[in-house]
Design a protein around this ligand. Structure first.
Ligand code: PMP
Length: 351
């Protein structure tokens, strides 16, 4: 076999070995696992999906969601040709890997981080290397750059720690990384800061965002990315037409045009209750990590069994066993205080 066909065979074997993603989570009364908006969906967005004209369903949706791109562009402060939309930011990440990676290319990212990144890499016949973060919960940039990755992934605020990546770290990565940099800002609204402006300075930066978290629209699957027009065009090409469904487009548009006061009010609430939850955990002798997202990550010994015991009490949170520098932790989504009180009561009972 030639070198090239050997590489392709290895990549194909890695692809064939990808299991179906199926965490087998049984339904539970109170689900605090997925960091969605537990207050519900914004009012005008709700009206828009209820009132969607039948003709919008019998016909195909718009080719590339042009009107929604205009609204997203206004929201993040760029032009519409710098936006690509997707079926959730999952779809954007997956499509962007296909657009920029060739079989057996390397994707590098911090460890721990968003669990789907290694899976998307393998689904696209790419290799993945995780570089353990520093004890400060910042990504280990030296280690990440040393891998010379074709694609470098950063997540800010990071899932599951909630840590914000320092601005100068992102700037350094953009200067020194050899390939495309993915900056996942799924939780940026809760941090109140974004590095989306850096797309104006770099044609290798793709910032990935979502309407699943702050906008409460996870079920409709609306993600988007921001980058230079040439970069986003490659992602668009790798996806094809009609990928955002009509209901998702109409609802997202209504949310951006009419619901920003509701969205901002609930972001502020999530931030306030995140701190209240962290205080409540501290008062019980735990040491939650500083979070800039809509969840709290707290070291808890034997987290898997604690998670199971909480489930028996009708509350689901996400255990992360053995995180580097941290050990066993639970990640708890923030929502209305009565829900968090239910979690705390179950937690007290278990601990
Ligand atoms: N990035 C991060 C960091 C996430 O935590 C998630 C969802 N948990 C996603 C992307 C994907 O979100 P969605 O596909 O709903 O936009």
């Amino acid at each position: 076999m030639t070198d090239n066909s050997q590489r392709l065979a290895v990549a194909r074997a890695a692809y064939d070995a990808v299991p179906l993603y199926d965490p087998k989570r049984a339904p539970v009364d109170l689900d605090l696992t997925d960091n969605t908006n537990l207050w519900g969906i914004p009012p005008e967005a709700e009206r828009a999906w209820r009132e969607l004209p039948v003709a919008r369903i019998t016909r195909y949706p718009t080719l590339y969601a042009a009107e929604l791109k205009q609204a997203l562009a206004a929201y993040v402060g760029v032009t519409a040709d710098m936006i690509v939309t997707g079926c959730g930011s999952d779809d954007i990440l997956d499509s962007a890997m296909r657009a920029f990676g060739e079989a057996d290319d390397l994707v590098a990212g911090p460890e721990p981080s968003f669990a789907m990144i290694p899976i998307f890499a393998r689904m696209n016949a790419l290799r993945y290397t995780g570089c353990v973060e520093l004890p400060s919960h910042q990504p280990d940039i030296e280690a990440l750059l040393a891998t010379k990755p074709k694609l470098l992934y950063l997540c800010s605020p990071n899932n599951p720690t909630g840590a914000l990546v320092a601005r100068d770290t992102i700037e350094r990565v953009l200067r020194e990384a050899p390939g495309v940099v993915f900056l996942d800002e799924a939780y940026a609204e809760f941090a109140g800061v974004s590095s989306v402006d850096l797309v104006q300075q770099s044609d290798r930066l793709l910032v990935i965002r979502t309407m699943s978290k702050a906008f409460g629209l996870a079920g409709l699957r609306i993600g988007y990315a921001i980058g230079q027009p040439s970069l986003v065009m490659e992602v668009e090409k790798s996806r094809g037409p009609y990928k955002l469904n009509a209901m998702a487009e109409q609802t997202a548009l209504a949310a951006l045009q009419h619901d920003m006061p509701w969205v901002n009010e609930h972001i502020a609430l999530a931030v306030e209750l995140r701190e209240r939850l962290a205080d409540a955990l501290r008062s019980r002798g735990f040491a939650p990590l500083a979070s800039h997202a809509n969840f709290v990550c707290v070291p808890v010994p034997d987290c898997v069994n604690v998670g199971l015991a909480l489930r028996e009490r009708g509350v689901a949170v996400r255990p992360f066993p053995g995180l580097p520098h941290i050990g066993d932790t639970l990640r708890i989504s923030v929502g209305p205080w009565p829900l968090l009180e239910r979690f705390l009561a179950a937690f007290d009972d278990v601990m």
